[in-house]
Design a protein around this ligand. Structure first.
Ligand code: GCV
Length: 716
């Protein structure tokens, strides 16, 4: 009886949760409800002191003051008292307050950005010390400490030493100057170029806070399909205004450079990277940028890719192009991130192989301040994709990971898909290039190259003007995961989901268990009802929304879904073995073993590497056709389970956010059925086999699915 009453009271109290828009992201700083814990925290943090006067320290102090005051429901201020009397001290290692703290050795390991959070007896009193070698490190430490409270961790005996595994942790915005966002599904671009620099939207600061809280230290403001106008004086003033807001949060601004800018805005006749006038033009332009933004980070460049101009227009190589920029930014310590996402319409070579063919011969040819930015897979951010063969194949060149946080191919903003497992799957993949255990993550963090000074992970942002920033409320988790993994790629996807859920929704155990499972399974479920068993690139043309495996009429062969699935009367899948395109040869022989034999190939990538007969016996005992049906049907059925799981979480979530996710899960189910029916009806025209009797038959025809049009789908 008591239990029932308790549950009733619990449900009543939760259903009165205040409506939330999601604007606060994971920085909600909710009052701690558990009275015992609250009592402990209040005792352990009776007063705080943040030492220093820089802008960054001011931000750290503001965050800590607000966070503690809200969570512990008592007023904090700093300086709260004499610094040395405070129970929580945040200060640089060099501060006189910490002279006797004995933290020198610890701080010798933390570099410029790492921090420590330790419990220590100091001048006869137990304290919590947040420290680092720079103000930025202290800011990171403060955010981490707040996270401990938000996730209700014990702070009794703290011994945290946290150092980022890679140096550059970034977001790439594919934002256009007219505020549309390429592959953006969360409204318009945050950057209101028209009202900048005069009006500084408070949201810019919240953007910086959110990024700093997860360790992101760089942002590329503009689309890789670049517009040279961003480099004109007017716009540089706008960029400067944003850089000024982000700087205190340790975030540097980067831009994309349009290769043909010297012609378009410089009045030159050529953009040839070996032409002296062109080189000088870029040097002058860079100097001008640094006059506005003294800590400007550098450029990201997409060249000779999907119609973008580049050095090959002048018969020069990618390294010729990259090095011209590298030379221009070098005097200012700037860097160049040169993208490896290239594939040519003229070459009749499997698109999978082209970036490797193009870039491996250039290993060692790039200047020291160039990174080659490589997508996680060789095709294009597919729902499931083997790791890019370039990882580990350019030992003399620092490679930057490019993940896609925006869900271009993973349900855009209508599907709940947590990308933590996708990021981890790639980071943990073994390239074998420096022996067993040469994971992609270790290639990135420079584990195999002691001289490597540049290391980095970036993600294509999923952020826009939607009130909750990301469109789908759960897409916030993907932004969060990108930052957390860039800081520490050895964190598990589960751990990150757990943190995010606690901070964004609730610490209640029943909530966490169900919601975490929902998140952890979501990516596999998406793969099942859209691109199972290694299928890829079978989405709608242009907008990439929904299925369209039948498309075969686009200008370039490798833009057509039929190029990728190769379904025919015999079977389905892309033969990338030695008897086919032999893309497999680009992987280390040990890595290759996972995929090269159709009979032993891991099934999740089977059709990525093999053209497989419809009758092929899968490990389940089913034929390939039946297995395909099984995946499509069980994937869609699992969305129903997701709906049910979410319904059970109603007591723990405010009505507004609950309803939004509930409605989107309904949309997701419809889209899953659409993927399932459209793909199976189409592939059935080749397999000529029935959909097994236990499954309900598609209620629409293939022609119906083919007739669907989405002229105003976002992000296109
Ligand atoms: C910015 C894919 C996307 C394009 C994107 C391109 C890239 O092809 O569909 O929108 O362009 O990747 O990464 O450059």
């Amino acid at each position: 009886m008591k239990k029932i009453l308790f549950l009733f009271l619990l449900i009543c109290s939760y259903s009165q949760l205040n409506a939330e828009t999601g604007y606060d992201l994971w920085l909600r700083y909710q009052p701690i409800q558990d009275q015992t814990l609250l009592g402990k925290y209040r005792q352990q943090i009776s007063s705080m002191y943040v030492d220093g006067n820089s802008e960054t320290i001011r931000m750290a102090r503001e965050e800590l003051t607000n966070g503690l005051s809200d969570m512990l429901q008592q007023k904090f201020s700093s300086p709260s008292a004499m610094g040395s009397a405070a129970s929580l001290i945040a200060a640089r290692g060099t501060s006189s307050l910490l002279a006797t703290a004995g933290i020198k050795e610890l701080l010798a390991q933390t570099g410029e950005e790492g921090f420590i959070i330790i419990s220590k007896n100091l001048s006869g009193k137990k304290r919590i010390i947040i420290s680092g070698n720079t103000d930025k490190a202290i800011l990171y430490g403060v955010f981490h400490f707040l996270r401990l409270l938000q996730t209700q961790q014990s702070i009794s005996n703290l011994e945290t030493v946290s150092v980022p595994k890679v140096k550059l942790r970034m977001l790439n915005h594919w934002d256009n100057l007219n505020r549309t966002v390429e592959r953006g599904y969360a409204g318009f671009s945050l950057w209101n170029w028209h009202s900048l620099p005069g009006y500084i939207d408070p949201r810019y600061k919240d953007y910086a806070r959110a990024n700093a809280s997860i360790g992101i230290n760089g942002t590329v403001l503009t689309n890789v399909n670049a517009n040279a106008t961003i480099l004109t004086k007017n716009y540089l003033e706008k960029v400067k205004a944003l850089a000024d807001v982000f700087r205190p949060y340790g975030i540097k601004v980067y831009l994309t450079a349009r290769f043909s800018a010297p012609i378009e805005i410089g009045g030159l006749k050529t953009a040839d990277p070996l032409d002296e006038k062109v080189r000088q033009w870029w040097k002058d332009k860079v100097k001008e940028i640094y006059q506005h933004i003294p800590d400007f980070g550098g450029f990201v460049i997409k060249a000779n890719s999907e119609g973008q101009p580049g050095p090959q227009d002048y018969k020069r190589s990618h390294s010729d192009g990259a090095n011209m920029f590298a030379e221009a930014v070098a005097p200012f310590n700037g860097i160049i991130m040169w993208r490896a996402f290239v594939y040519s319409a003229e070459k009749n070579v499997d698109r999978h192989k082209q970036a490797y063919d193009e870039f491996v011969p250039l290993d060692g040819a790039f200047h020291k301040n160039v990174m080659v930015q490589v997508k996680n897979g060789a095709i294009d951010f597919m729902p499931r994709e083997p790791f890019h063969p370039l990882f580990g194949a350019m030992p003399k060149t620092p490679l930057m990971m490019e993940f896609q946080v925006t869900q271009e191919y993973l349900g855009q903003a209508t599907n709940l898909v947590y990308l933590g497992p996708l990021f981890k799957e790639c980071l943990d993949s073994d390239t074998y290039t420096s022996g067993k255990g040469s994971t992609v993550a270790k290639v990135l963090d420079g584990s195999f190259n002691k001289d490597q000074t540049l290391t980095g992970i970036t993600g294509v942002a999923n952020i826009g003007t939607d009130v909750n920033w990301t469109g789908h409320p759960f897409a916030q988790a993907n932004w969060y995961a990108l930052g957390r993994l860039a800081w520490n790629h050895s964190l598990s996807a589960e751990k990150i989901a757990d943190e995010w859920l606690r901070m964004t929704y609730s610490n209640h155990t029943a909530f966490i268990q169900t919601a975490s499972k929902l998140m952890m399974e979501s990516r596999d479920i998406f793969v099942q009802y859209s691109n199972p068993i290694g299928l890829h690139h079978i989405m709608g043309t242009g907008h990439h929304y929904g299925p369209a495996p039948w498309v075969n009429n686009l200008n370039r062969p490798d833009w057509n879904p039929v190029y990728y699935h190769k379904a025919d009367s015999m079977g389905i899948g892309f033969n990338r073995t030695a008897t086919g395109s032999n893309a497999l040869v680009q992987y280390h022989p040990e890595a290759r073993k996972l995929w090269e034999d159709m009979n032993t190939c891991e099934e999740k990538n089977l059709l990525w590497f093999h053209h497989v007969p419809w009758t092929f016996k899968m490990r389940s005992g089913r034929s390939l056709w039946d297995e395909l049906c099984h995946h499509y049907y069980s994937g869609a059925a699992k969305v129903k389970e997701m709906q049910q799981s979410w319904a059970n979480l109603n007591p723990y979530v405010d009505q507004q956010r609950f309803d939004q996710v509930r409605s989107l899960l309904n949309v997701q189910y419809d889209e899953a059925v659409w993927w399932r029916n459209a793909c199976l009806l189409y592939f059935q025209t080749f397999s000529k086999k029935p959909i097994p009797g236990q499954y309900e038959k598609p209620d629409k025809t293939l022609d119906y699915y083919k007739s669907l049009r989405f002229p105003f789908a976002p992000g296109n």
